[in-house]
Design a protein around this ligand. Sequence first.
Ligand SMILES: NC(=O)C1=CN([C@@H]2O[C@H](COP(=O)(O)OP(=O)(O)OC[C@H]3O[C@@H](n4cnc5c(N)ncnc54)[C@H](OP(=O)(O)O)[C@@H]3O)[C@@H](O)[C@H]2O)C=CC1
Ligand SMILES: O=C(O)[C@@H]1CCC=N1
Length: 264
Amino acid sequence: MKVAIIGAGSLGQSIAKGLVSSSTLTSLYLTKRDLSSIKGFEDNQKVFLTSDNALAIKNAEVIIFAVQPRHLEAILTDYKSVLQKSQVLISVITGFSISRIEAIVGQDKFIIRAMPNTAASVGQSMTCISSNNKGKEKVELAKTIFNSMGRSMEIPEEQLQAATVICASGIAFWMRLIRATTQGAIQLGFEAHEAHELAMQTCFGAATLLKESGKHPEEEIDRVTTPSGCTIEGLNEMEHQGLSSSLIKGITASFEKINQIKTT
Ligand SMILES: NC(=O)C1=CN([C@@H]2O[C@H](COP(=O)(O)OP(=O)(O)OC[C@H]3O[C@@H](n4cnc5c(N)ncnc54)[C@H](OP(=O)(O)O)[C@@H]3O)[C@@H](O)[C@H]2O)C=CC1
Ligand SMILES: O=C(O)[C@@H]1CCC=N1
């Protein structure tokens, strides 16, 4: 599979890192205007760096657009004449609808909207996927691509903004929780590096327990909370201070904002 990533910034590079370890990849073109920050990819013989988007597009079967929302319209307009009907166009861009992409490049193109996250770089992305009518034929291909860097789920396009908040912004939300736990552990006497490791591995353990057991979080919580013990004391104080409420409010604020992000 020949892939191009147009706009190899933060997310584009995460996807690239996930892709280079995929056995199905034959070549990967990465584009951006200033190539200095992605020179490290040159060590991989399958990867080509260029500022020439047309060159990258011509050399790809799958084109992943990962520029900022306000840049996509101009890029699609500039390069639509180079696009082939057989190519699969994947946009990971927030808030730019499939119908707007179709209006520029045509309904006869395979169009996928995907929302991965930066954990793609370590093979642990959660990627949500939608498509246009024509693109339905290529959803399995898109899932194969994103499954190679984590897990994927096909969802209706109307839910893609919500999925962005939960899965893409969600990486930052979880990181902040890990950071806060680390600060708590330092206050309890651990060195910073020890506190960080304790917080990370405990977070990883909690997620793995739920994934492997298929249980509801409260069932696993019940297994930890000894009556009159320290866990329930801590949990109840966190809830008195609004832990769940603050998370839910943060998620809904993020969702309100995502619907206002300018894509022009
Ligand atoms: N970061 C994240 O975790 C997530 C981001 N997204 C979405 O992904 C998109 C990218 O986000 P992010 O990676 O954070 O943004 P970045 O700004 O890090 O990346 C965008 C890249 O596009 C490049 N670029 C700009 N214009 C062009 C052009 N004409 N041709 C080629 N490359 C160009 C820029 O590099 P240069 O200036 O050198 O050209 C830049 O590195 C956004 O639409 C965002 O909404 C979605 C989910 C998660
Ligand atoms: O913060 C943002 O707007 C983008 C979309 C999700 C992650 N980064």
